[in-house]
Write a protein that binds this ligand. Structure first.
Ligand code: DC
Length: 230
């Protein structure tokens, strides 16, 4: 394992709301820079999925903490940890909504924080750095990251994007329902007490409303070269 601690600071933090384009940007940037990538939303989704799969409710904080601990153990013991998070069922909107509920529990965040910090310390052999995307990366997980991006777009633009994505998978959904779910999730993620979604003071705000994936990557690459001295 290549030990790359946070002092080396080859870290990019990307935060933003659902369907802002942060995940697409994080993956593209990681590929381009040969950085390891962690989609931290998948950790919350997988925790919610684990709970629901065991017939439990996301309303029970203790069960949610247990589910987070089980997930961390599974990931730590897996040969290919990425496979656990690379599950299409995790991407469902109902799992995103449930994930945002358990993400408000401080103890759940604490359990998942340890995993994210250890990824930062040690992103894996052969990688030049680490990129994490989520809601609290620039503010809590990696506050000393030299490049922090907060990717955003209006809730209407994001709901339109999510609608197209769901329709392309053959799902019968309405714009109104998608917009309502997205507003609900935004409110919960922004208004919770524990590590609420917000841009770090030193984050660069990127409005993705009128930018395509290529333009976003170009902008982020320019900033990465400048801030990480690549
Ligand atoms: O990024 P996503 O849509 O996959 O995230 C799902 C939920 O997980 C999101 O609504 C809030 C929570 N989350 C969080 O609280 N902190 C993170 N760093 C990432 C996600």
């Amino acid at each position: 394992m290549c030990a790359m601690n946070t002092q080396n600071k080859m870290i990019i933090a990307i935060d933003g709301p659902a369907a802002s384009g942060k995940g697409t940007l994080a993956r593209a940037l990681a590929k381009k820079l040969n950085f390891a990538h962690m989609d931290t939303g998948a950790l919350y989704r997988a925790t919610a999925f684990e709970l629901i799969g065991s017939g439990l409710s996301t309303r029970d904080k203790k069960d949610a903490v247990d589910a987070a601990q089980i997930l961390v153990k599974k990931i730590n013991n897996a040969q290919q940890p990425a496979d656990i998070l690379d599950n299409a069922s995790l991407r469902e909107d109902r799992i995103g909504l449930e994930a945002s509920k358990i993400a408000a529990y401080p103890r759940v965040r604490e359990v998942l924080r340890a995993l994210q910090r250890s990824f930062l310390e040690n992103p894996g052999k052969g990688f030049a750095g680490a990129i994490l995307d989520g809601r609290d990366i620039g503010t809590v997980i990696a506050p000393s990251a030299p490049l922090k991006l907060f990717v955003t777009a209006s809730v209407e633009v994001r709901a339109e994007r999510r609608l197209k994505e769901l329709q392309s998978k053959g799902l019968a959904v309405t714009y109104g329902a998608v917009l309502k779910d997205m507003r609900e999730r935004d409110t919960r993620d922004t208004e919770r007490k524990a590590a609420p979604m917000k841009p770090a003071d030193d984050a660069v705000i990127v409005d993705s409303s009128d930018l395509d994936a290529g333009q976003m990557l170009e902008k982020a690459m320019f900033l990465a070269k400048e801030r990480l001295k690549l």
